[in-house]
Design a protein around this ligand. Sequence first.
Ligand code: CAA
Length: 256
Amino acid sequence: MNYILTEITDAHVGLIRFNRPQALNALSPDLMEELGQALLAFDADPNVGCIVITGNEKAFAAGADIKAMANASAIDMLSNDIIAKWETIRHINKPIIAAVSGYCLGGGCELAMSCDMIVASESAKFGQPEINLGIIPGFGGTQRLTHAVGKAVSMEMVLTGRMLGAEEAKDYGLVNHVTPVETYLDEALKLAAKVARQAPLAARLGKEAVNKAFELSLHEGLAHERRLFQMLFASEDQKEGMAAFVEKRKPTWMGR
Ligand code: CAA
């Protein structure tokens, strides 16, 4: 890997760090290819219970790589469909947390919003500044941002490039926790470790069910949730979890 660093922590968290500091972690096609490979590898690894994606203190990511797109024609964008590579994150079953500090802009903000939770440092700046380049967001910025912060704020961000500071982003519901810059990654890793300790199938299906709330009608969403709930009664972990409660002991999860 040239543009990302990966490791698995003792707490079974798969950590992915963007490593293009000289370009504020701009998300080039090669970086996104590596991110996709790392996500798929962690998703398939039984030793990983939760994934954290981070950048560095100055930038989570300042967006898609503008230099890689500057001379592209519409047909290039259509035929190469560089954004298609970004879709991998949508197919990852394990929970993903974005640990964000500094610039989180354009595709960077869209990627953070594709994660399941966001922990931000006080210096984080969230924005969709594509309008300044004569384009609009291309990986869900107009959709996920609107779901997260509502029409008024989303419209202003997309139409003027206005950025949200960390506290503001938390007030609007985009971010789970805000911490001092020194501890944002530790906080994200702690949260990830907590998720990684849960019953793996329940965590996977809990993530799936919450995400469906953005895609289905309430009627369909409730039916989907009910089926997943019922299905978990086929798992050993459901038997173990309930037996442990009754026997007043801690459960041991098997992930099956
Ligand atoms: N793509 C490519 N390179 C980038 C980049 C990007 N998105 N963002 C920053 N860089 C590069 C700069 O070109 C610069 O490189 P050089 O030293 O070789 O010139 C280096 O990173 C440092 O950047 P700056 O000198 O600009 O740093 P700054 O502190 O003065 O400004 C910034 C920081 C405000 C974030 C500014 O870099 C900026 O505005 N970046 C672009 C943000 C943006 O427009 N993002 C949206 C991209 S389009 C997109 O993401 C489409 C989509 O929806 C998928």
